[in-house]
Ligand binder design. Structure first.
Ligand SMILES: [Zn+2]
Length: 446
């Protein structure tokens, strides 16, 4: 009911006042679900060609990088096969040549930071329309899972680090009320206050729950273990962490409700979302170009590879064939659910361990990238737990990590551990990679 009012009356009015075009983009993206695979591919290529000429003409990085591989006229890139010969870009390229990635035509971009899953604080930006489009894509995916615009939704999600001012808190509450959603801070949840979280869900009676995987899994275990009667939503969406089959089963059992996964990252937001019928992750191919490449940088299909992602609408800072650090397997089979968007068969390479405390508190690994991205003096970090009452933080510095920063980090972590873990900082020159060459942000060996 509210979702209809929001979409048909409140949002159009709000958008008129704010000169925003979320609904227009959402309607357009939703209409693409009626297309077939050929129409989607044709549309994707048309939008990609426009982006390529824009990047070639208005950024110095791409012009130079593409000229180096022999592309002197961007019109020579005539199809996806040609496209796959263009160089891949990494976070390091962006860190070293930041200004060269920003389009000379865009000066009012929105700047963002991420800890990502690589443990390296990272900055990037996008233009305003790109921001609206990513919101629209998110609402489309959430929509086909029953958590669309205006559906009463409870989020068990990581909250912002640091104290909020009173006014900011009120503004936040109003904003969430408008969208008909309630936020619970997953970072602050532990065994001692889980009953309060369950209670809040019961009182709010959401039709949908959207959550980080691990906190909801822990909550589900608690519910089953204590045989608690919980409020049963119509749908549950997870994200931000890999969802393992046993976790899906446990959450489904605890809430007596279907669980579906979503997959995204901060640079692009929602990349794919599962369908309810087959639990296949459908890729937003009308908004992004998603490829997988092998160790030699060649495109692969049907095999696990590094994700190379292109945002069709970030004209402010084009990200073209950008390796975001995740791995996945793409397949070309169509899904019987009727959604024509292509399928990501599995996400293969993300893992953030949870950190534990002696009294049973559980700290999701997501806290740490979130926390450390605020500190520009940190180039790379790893949080390692080898005993139940301590936490080692390994840091490669950009500039020396001063006492104040150490204290701030310690006090932020203590908020969630209540001081149960002794925190040790080590400044190091190197952090060992896993056997598969990935950097692990959190390692829990207890
Ligand atoms: Zn499907």
């Amino acid at each position: 009911m509210y979702s209809k009012i929001l979409r048909n009356y409140l949002m159009p009015f709000y958008e008129m006042l704010n000169k925003k075009e979320l609904l227009r983009h959402l309607n357009e993206y939703e209409s693409h679900l009626q297309w077939n695979a050929e129409q989607l591919a044709a549309h994707q290529w048309q939008e990609l060609s426009l982006l390529l000429s824009h990047a070639y003409n208005t950024t110095s990085f791409y012009r130079k990088a593409w000229q180096e591989v022999g592309v002197t006229d961007i019109r020579d890139i005539k199809n996806l096969t040609d496209f796959s010969t263009l160089p891949l870009i990494t976070k390091l390229d962006i860190q070293q040549h930041y200004a060269e990635f920003v389009s000379s035509k865009y000066s009012n971009n929105i700047r963002k930071s991420t800890g990502g899953s690589t443990g390296q604080p990272f900055h990037f930006e996008y233009n305003l329309e790109s921001n609206t489009r990513r919101e629209a894509i998110m609402w489309r995916g959430y929509g086909w899972l029953g958590a669309g615009l205006g559906e009463k939704t409870l989020y068990l999600w990581g909250a912002d680090i640091g104290e909020k001012t009173f006014l900011k808190a009120i503004k936040n509450d109003l904003y969430h009320a408008f969208y008909n959603r309630k936020m619970l801070n997953s970072f602050a949840m532990n065994k001692n206050n889980m009953m309060e979280y369950i209670d809040q869900i019961y009182r709010y009676k959401p039709s949908a729950i959207v959550s980080y995987v691990n906190p909801l899994y822990e909550l589900a275990n608690f519910i089953i273990e204590h045989k608690i009667a919980v409020y049963q939503p119509k749908t549950i969406l997870t994200g931000a962490e890999p969802l393992y089959p046993h976790q899906r089963e446990t959450i489904q059992q605890a809430f007596n409700c279907q669980v579906n996964d979503t997959f995204g990252c901060r640079e692009f937001m929602l990349m794919s979302a599962e369908c309810r019928k087959n639990n296949n992750l459908h890729i937003n191919s009308d908004h992004l170009v998603i490829e997988t490449v092998n160790e030699q940088g060649q495109s692969v299909k049907g095999l696990s590879g590094d994700l190379a992602i292109t945002d069709l609408y970030n004209y402010g800072m084009p990200l073209i064939r950008y390796l975001n650090g995740d791995r996945a397997t793409l397949i070309e089979t169509a899904c019987s659910c009727g959604n024509p968007l292509p399928i990501m068969k599995s996400v293969d390479g993300r893992k953030l361990d949870i950190i534990k405390t002696p009294s049973g508190k559980i700290i999701p690994g997501e806290l740490f990238p979130h926390l450390f991205k605020e500190f520009t003096c940190i180039q790379r970090f790893q949080v390692k737990q080898t005993t139940l009452d301590s936490l080692d933080i390994l840091i490669i510095e950009n500039t020396p990590l001063d006492i104040l920063s150490r204290e701030k980090i310690t006090s932020e972590i203590n908020k969630y551990t209540q001081g149960e873990l002794a925190i040790n900082f080590s400044i190091v020159n190197e952090i060992a990679l896993t056997v598969s060459g990935k950097h692990r942000v959190t390692i829990c060996e207890v």
